[in-house]
Write a protein that binds this ligand. Structure first.
Ligand code: PGA
Length: 249
């Protein structure tokens, strides 16, 4: 049995005060909820505040990115060791906004994945196709390429302690989520690709859906056999909404 996971990706939103309020509300909602594991990913500068505030709670904290290099002259970057040092448990790698806006290619994403694991952080590896790629029938090819880049650098064994998030780019922040069937098809494809190398690891691997996930569509998407929870952007900034998404996982 895979334990469902719901992660909130807060992107570049919030202030100290807003995040404190949101976390307090989430802790109340979380204690009333189900079996799903909850992770929140605030901006770097608020990670430590969040970790302190959540000390007595079961909500884990993740970062939204990490440097691929371990230490050195990389102005503006944050290393995996630093994230580990302050008590982070997860880190998102390869989010489509990082890929598109900051030119992170498959190989860099793979190196970030390895950097995270080198410090025993659990990477949440994002993969997904653009609308144009989907419409030209290249969804599986793109997702395979993104996955294989990590498999090449890290090997399949690394997926024993990793999470994958399938996030179709056309669904992120657009209000237009994938249908449960569309999500299931790609999730099954991802699991199959891992399974071809190691069936046991594939069976335990949590694959999250992300892209306009909200309380009104989460339950039907999470019900699909290969969907193990969600990576939630906009809807994770509202405690009541995010709580309902967590409860449906
Ligand atoms: P969204 O973002 O839920 O706002 O579509 C998801 C994500 O980018 O992780």
């Amino acid at each position: 049995m895979r334990r469902p996971l719901v992660a909130g990706n807060w992107k570049m939103h919030g202030s100290r005060a807003e995040i404190a309020t949101l976390l307090d509300e989430l802790m109340q909602v979380d204690s009333a909820k189900t079996t799903a594991e909850t992770v929140v990913c605030p901006p770097f500068v608020y990670l430590q505040d969040a970790i302190r505030r959540l000390k007595e709670s079961t909500i884990a904290v993740g970062a939204q990115s990490v440097c691929a290099e371990p230490i050195g002259a990389f102005t503006g970057e944050v290393s995996a060791a630093m994230l580990k040092d302050i008590g982070c448990r997860y880190v998102i790698v390869g989010h489509s906004e990082r890929r598109a806006l900051y030119h992170e290619d498959d190989h860099l994403v793979a190196r970030k994945f390895v950097a995270a694991q080198s410090q025993k952080l659990t990477p949440i590896l994002c993969v997904g196709e653009t609308l144009e790629e989907r419409e030209s029938g290249r969804t599986e090819g793109v997702v395979a390429r993104q996955l294989d880049a990590v498999l090449t650098v890290a090997s399949v064994a690394a997926f024993a302690d990793a999470v994958i998030a399938y996030e179709p780019v056309w669904a992120i922040g657009t209000g237009k989520n994938a249908t449960p069937e569309q999500a299931q098809a790609v999730h099954a494809f991802i699991r199959g690709r891992i399974s071809a190398r190691d069936d046991k690891i594939a069976g335990g691997l949590r694959i999250l859906y992300g892209g306009s996930c909200k309380a009104s569509n989460a339950a039907e998407i999470f019900r699909m056999p290969d969907v193990d929870g969600g990576l939630v952007g906009g809807a994770s900034l509202k405690s009541e909404e995010f709580g309902r998404i967590c409860a449906s996982a």
